[in-house]
Design a protein around this ligand. Structure first.
Ligand code: ADP
Length: 437
């Protein structure tokens, strides 16, 4: 991309976990914003990361840490995003409003508001495409209220109250109100008028009703000019069109375009979820695959060396290296090694394999498993990713931002169709048409 096209980002996002960040980034790219996701706040090289991006999403791991730490990390992210030139900000949390009475949604939102000098924002986790809707301030998951959705049993953030106005009020210092569907259904001006009324009543944070994408588009139209918005990825749906209308985004073309990367690819799977088991079986039926056995790893056998030998023997073909197993085998391994040790042995092995293959010239990595993806990203020392085209809902191709980019498709457990690995590899061949700088 030429220097003349370089522009600064408009939207700075702070996400409270990694997959939530990718979900938001994927949404922004689909709506035409060139988007970069960073893993934590970058230590250096911010200028390069932010160049030619319309939006930056900083992925934190702040959902369930102490509220004071979540506030500190989020403010740190805000300062960095401001330094990159962002003028609007978005605090992204889960569409099931995962939080406790101690936080962290209220405390983080209020700290960001104070720092930005703004006295009003929305809180809207609605994601109608995924069945998360809000009516009269109550969050529904599918056809049931939040507290009957299974979220009431969540080990870290049990959600036992479906009334988000009450939930947010318990974790906020300022007054919490409700932006009602009755206003939103009448369009952007009516929604703005009601917000004005709420503000006059002293409301700082307003839960916004939304039962369809149309409602989210209205909210975008009415509130895109607020310095801060907070919500799920759905609330971002209506923002790109407004930024474009306001002249804040001018770049044309395909927001999902990634730089070209070398052909050589590997598929690494440490997920034992049902969908991944089916994807691994589908691949093994016609393509080369090497199984990593956690028990052999625990015995100190040279599993990593054997895996790398296998890959080298199949030069010219893409190989799957997997620890993916059926539930009874996983249970057997976990009984022998303990859950944590088994997980760590596999993650370390796949991370080492990824690092060695990268040194050997492999530049395309398809990875299955949330924790496994974390291990691979860490092994490859990745700090920022440009978000590319969607492979399956919630899973885009991404590429690292440097002169020798690596393409990564990071799939958490139950995502993707049965031919996900093959589909991902075939898609990238068409997506990377731009020459490397
Ligand atoms: P998912 O997204 O499906 O939950 P993760 O990668 O987050 O996948 O988690 C899977 C965990 O299971 C990882 O810690 C991985 O190392 C571990 N694991 C993978 N294969 C096995 C196995 N055969 N036995 C025991 N644990 C395994």
């Amino acid at each position: 991309m030429s220097v003349a096209q370089t522009s600064r980002p408009v939207l700075g996002c702070i996400a409270d976990d990694f997959t939530g960040a990718t979900d938001l980034a994927n949404m922004l790219v689909r709506a035409g914003m060139r988007t970069v996701q960073t893993i934590g706040v970058p230590q250096a090289g911010g200028e390069a990361i932010a160049a030619d991006a319309d939006a930056i999403v900083v992925a934190l791991k702040s959902r369930t840490i102490a509220a004071a730490d979540a506030v500190a990390q989020s403010l740190n992210a805000l300062h960095w995003l401001r330094a990159q030139g962002c003028s609007r900000f978005f605090f992204k949390y889960c569409s099931t409003f995962d939080s406790t009475d101690a936080g962290n949604i209220g405390p983080v939102a209020e700290a960001l508001m104070a720092e930005l000098g703004t006295d009003f924002t929305l809180a809207c986790p609605a994601f109608p495409e995924n069945g998360r809707t809000i009516f009269r301030g109550h969050l529904f998951v599918g056809d049931v209220l939040l507290n009957a959705s299974g979220m009431e049993h969540h080990p870290l953030t049990p959600m036992r109250d479906p009334n988000l106005v009450s939930v947010l009020a318990r974790q906020s210092a300022g007054k919490v109100g409700l932006l009602r569907y009755d206003a939103i259904m009448r369009g952007a001006q009516a929604a703005r008028d009601q917000a004005q009324q709420l503000r006059a009543d002293g409301v700082k944070l307003a839960i916004a009703d939304a039962i369809s994408n149309d409602d989210l588009i209205v909210l975008g139209e009415a509130f895109a000019d607020l310095p801060l918005l907070t919500g799920g990825s759905g609330l971002a749906l209506g923002l790109p069109a407004q930024y474009r209308r306001a002249g804040l985004i001018t770049a044309q073309g395909n927001a999902a375009q990634l730089p070209a990367v070398a052909d050589s690819a590997i598929v690494l799977s440490g997920s034992c979820s049902r969908a991944t088991n089916a994807q691994v079986a589908h691949w093994r039926a016609s393509r080369p695959a090497f199984q990593v056995d956690p028990l052999a790893l625990a015995e100190g056998k040279p599993v990593v060396v054997e895996a790398l030998d296998f890959v080298h023997r199949h030069a010219g073909q893409t190989v799957l290296v997997y620890a993916t197993s059926a539930p009874e085998q996983v249970a057997h391994v976990q009984k022998a090694l303990g859950v944590e040790r088994a997980g760590k042995l596999v993650e370390d092995a796949l991370g080492r394999i990824a690092r060695t293959l990268h040194a050997d010239g492999v530049r395309r990595f398809v990875v299955a498993g949330g924790e496994t993806s974390g291990a691979v990203v860490q092994a490859l020392d990745v700090s920022a990713l440009r978000i590319g085209p969607q492979i399956d809902p919630g899973v885009p191709w991404t590429a690292t931002i440097d002169n020798d980019p690596v393409a990564l498709a990071l799939k958490s457990g139950n995502f993707g169709t049965v031919d996900f690995f093959e589909k991902a590899l075939a898609q990238l061949a068409h997506a990377t048409t731009e020459p490397v700088a």
